[in-house]
Structures are given as structure tokens and as C-alpha cells.
Design a protein around this ligand. Sequence first.
Ligand SMILES: Cc1ncc(COP(=O)(O)O)c(C=O)c1O
Length: 408
Amino acid sequence: MTEQNVTRATFDEVMVPNYKPQDMVPVRGEGSRVWDQNGKEYLDFTGGIAVNALGHANPRLVKALQEQSEKLWHLSNVYTNEPALKLAKRLTELTFADKVFFCNSGGEANEAAFKLVRKYAYDNVGPEKHEIISFRQSFHGRTLFTVSVGGQEKYRKGFEPVPEGITHVEFNNLEALKAAMSDRTCAVVMEPIQGEGGIIPADPEFVRGVRELCDQHNALLVFDEIQTGVGRTGHFYAYMELGVEPDVLTTAKALGGGFPIGAMLTTDKCAESLGFGTHGSTYGGNPLGCAVALEVVNTISDEQMLADVQRKHGLFVEELDRINREHGIFEEVRGKGLLIGGALKQEWHGQGARFLAAARAEGLMLLVAGPQVLRMAPALNISDDEIREGMQRFARAVAKVVAKGSEA
Ligand SMILES: Cc1ncc(COP(=O)(O)O)c(C=O)c1O
């Protein structure tokens, strides 16, 4: 076969159209910089949507992957392996959890969590205790169960019938949750900061109230930390700052720093309900993914690293406030650590794609979180100079969009 020429146009020819990638094809990355097929350079404020927490081609991760790739790639769960055991040990040392289940993505980690909470209630109470409560605008993945628990109708539409026994209530509204809970509730599922829903942090008081209600109703509390976990908020997991421990926590994205891996963390007692043969995954706990993730976890759990993420939050907000004083596009800048959302003013709602395209032209990779919020989730080790340089590019992009005016 001859060498094939592929471009962005090839995507439309041969790929299922469920995505609409930007008009360039990245070919190489180093730290927070990326180059496309034409050699154009970009600063990356997306971090692969909160995944590349240590930047592109991080030497420590490359080394971990290379070393493991020469030893053992895959075994299946008929055998265990050293990287998986070391990673599980480290995760249990660092968190509330006693036990770990490995998988390959966030959706799968949540699938495991949702099956676990149902099975735990089934084992300990009975089949009638099966109701899951989650929150509007929440996002938990794209499998049928996870779009059902997720609070965004658009992701379920056309895929019905979906799993039953799931109720959605307003986020940050304790009274609404109280009214929805009963002894049939097996679990409450929440993101400490709603990510895809628009970077909406949970009020600490609300989270404490959720924990209390779960305890009153003998229901489990599941934190989906797929986007907020592994240092993103300036804490190793966001729950650590909130001072509320879940019974089950799901983590993926940054866990592998770009290598696909997910995990569900839980307590000894809950883990008993996923006994031998109840659940599984061919690739879950794959030695390559676990070797890389161990390096990620050891690097990011460092106190200084986490403190630096909190400090850089201040720099991001300062720069965004400055741009906003000039152009007035944001109603609010919010988020924690390096998960930052600029909520667009009414007249810019639904026009996030214009800002993304303008940023791309200026050499900046940017995200949206729903139709009303521009999102930034860069590598946690992005430098101050890269933040400032990226913000200069962003300012130029905003100026161009604003000069053309709103299309609302
Ligand atoms: C909070 C949250 N949960 C679950 C998921 C799904 O993860 P994945 O795309 O790896 O299946 C995401 C992805 O954006 C997420 O942000």
C-alpha cells in the first residue's frame, strides 16, 4: 500500500459524522504547544478536554510507556499485573477508597459505578431500592446507562427506551433533592463541578447536605470526578477540598495523561457487591495504561504541583478579567484550579464556535462547555509565560469576533 495523504477533508469522507473536528489536523505536541500538518503552532488551552494534565509528550510519561512497552502489553484479567497493583495501591493510599476497579474510559467507570450502586442496594436491601438520582445539566458519559443518568435530554433523544429508575433534580437545590429522595433511592450521583454542563461548581453546603440525605436514606453517594479529578481543581480530587467523602468515585481523563484508562474507587463494604464474575472489562487494568497512570498520579499528587495549579487559576482569572474589561463578552468567569469557564453574555449565547474558530486562527486551542460557556482546561504544568501568551492570542481572537458583532 502506498503512503496515504490524509487531511481534514478525509474525516468527512471516511468517519462517522458524530464529531465535527476543527479545520486543522494536529500532528505533534510538546508540553502545551501543538503543531498542525502545515507546521502552524498553537498553544493548547484544551488539554485534550482535561486529559493531557502533564502536557503533550511529557518525558516522564514517554519513559514510563516505553519501559512498559518493552515488558508486557496485555494479559487480560485472567492474570493480574504489577503496574495495575501498584496503581491501585497508590490510589487507595491517596484517597478514601479501599478498592479499585480499572477500565478504559470515563463512561465505563460510571457504568461500573451505576451497576455497583444498584447491586449494593439489591444485595443489602432488595430490588425495590434501585432508584438513582442525578442532576440536570450533568454529564456522565455516552453509554446508554450513562446518558440516562446524565441530566441532558439531548443525549438520550432517539435512543429510547433507556434504562428506568432514574430521576433528575435541580443542581445545588437541596430542597429539590430532599423531595425526590426516598427509601427506594439507591444512590445520588454528582459532579463536584458540572463540567460539560457549563463549569458550575457545587456549593459546599449543598454537598454536605447531599451526604447527609444519602446517610438518612441509606443511599450511596457517587462523585463523578472524571473531569475534576487528578489535580484539575488544585486538589488531587475535588472532594478533598469539599470535606465530604463519597462512597464511590469515578476517575478517568487526566488519570492516564492521554493514555486511555478509567477507574472506579470505592470502599471495602461496597466492593463486596461486585463479587467474582459480576462485572468486567478485557482491557481494564492494562499494564501500559497503569504504568503511565502511576507516573501521572505520582507527579500530580505532589503538594507543590497542586498549590501551583491553584496559583495559576488566579493568573487565568486575572487575564480573563482584563480581556473582559475591554470587550465585555463574559457575564461571569468561574471554575476551580485549571478548569475555567467564561460564561458568555446573553448576546453571545450559542456563538462559542465563532470564538473557537477565531482562537484557532490566532494559534490557540480552546473549548466550549455547552452553548453559553467558553472553557479552558490546559495542562496543569502550563507555564506562566504560556498562559500570558495564550491570553494575548485569545484577546486578539475576541477582538476580531467582537468587531464583527453578535449574530444573535
Ligand atoms: C464528568 C464526566 N463524566 C463522564 C465523562 C465521560 O468520559 P468518557 O468520554 O471518557 O467516556 C466525561 C467526559 O467528558 C465527563 O466530563
